[in-house]
Design a protein around this ligand. Structure first.
Ligand SMILES: C[S@@+](CC[C@H](N)C(=O)[O-])C[C@H]1O[C@@H](n2cnc3c(N)ncnc32)[C@H](O)[C@@H]1O
Length: 209
């Protein structure tokens, strides 16, 4: 588990960047992630938990009828997500919480969604373990993230850039959530990797015990 002071510093980083987040993300959504947010959200069913919901950019993309809970540790990001939910007339239980210690009992959700967050959560292994814990048997874990490229030259560049991004805002470029999902024993249903292997989306099932 990371030091509490590191967590606090990163939380404050996201508070500080909350107002400019949507503007920055528009560029990356257009150039890198395309329709992947919709790919992820459209597969969610039933009781859904979105982990590290940020400003709630995924809110309009969920199918009607899902019962959405979202957690986020930055109060400023969360405030914007709540405002977006209100503007969309959407009922969602949005709470301040840490993805590394989810405040829910085991087997609480049918689907757990996380987009572009495992690159930013300090202990990504712990976060994936928590996502798996709160999934019901047979439930679905849905992830989208930027990951270590499949091209060696790009990975070398990512390594260089990561020296700065981790130090400044805890942003990792060389992670691979898929491997954590597999080591939790979840079954991969679908997985696509594109844009030089930098973008990966995953749909995985928790075995029905
Ligand atoms: C790049 S943003 C992604 C936001 C949103 N998921 C999206 O797709 O736009 C990363 C988010 O992860 C949140 N975050 C990072 N570590 C967290 C943690 N341990 N618990 C909860 N939220 C966390 C940050 O506050 C930030 O809102």
């Amino acid at each position: 588990m990371p030091e509490a002071s590191d967590n606090e510093r990163l939380r404050r980083y996201w508070d500080k960047h909350a107002r400019s987040y949507d503007r920055q993300m528009r560029f990356f959504d257009r150039t890198l992630f395309g329709e992947s947010r919709s790919w992820v959200c459209s597969r969610a069913t039933g009781d859904v938990l979105e982990v590290a919901i940020g400003t709630g950019l995924n809110l309009p993309l969920y199918p009607p009828g899902v019962r959405l809970t979202g957690i986020e540790w930055s109060p400023e990001m969360l405030a914007l997500a709540r405002r977006r939910a209100r503007m969309l007339g959407q009922t969602a239980d949005l709470r301040e919480a840490d993805a590394q210690a989810l405040p829910f009992p085991d087997a609480s959700f049918d689907s757990v969604v996380s987009t572009l967050s495992l690159c930013a959560i300090p202990d990504d292994r712990r976060a994936v373990a928590e996502m798996s814990r709160v999934l019901r048997p047979g439930g679905r874990l849905l992830l989208l993230d930027h990951v270590a490229s499949s091209a060696r030259a790009v990975r070398a560049l990512q390594w260089l850039v990561e020296r700065i991004t981790v130090a400044v805002g805890g942003e990792h470029l060389l992670r691979r959530p898929l491997q954590l999902v597999q080591s939790e024993g979840l079954e991969i249903e679908q997985q696509n990797r594109f844009k030089l292997g930098i973008v990966e989306r995953v749909s995985a099932r928790k075995p029905a015990s």
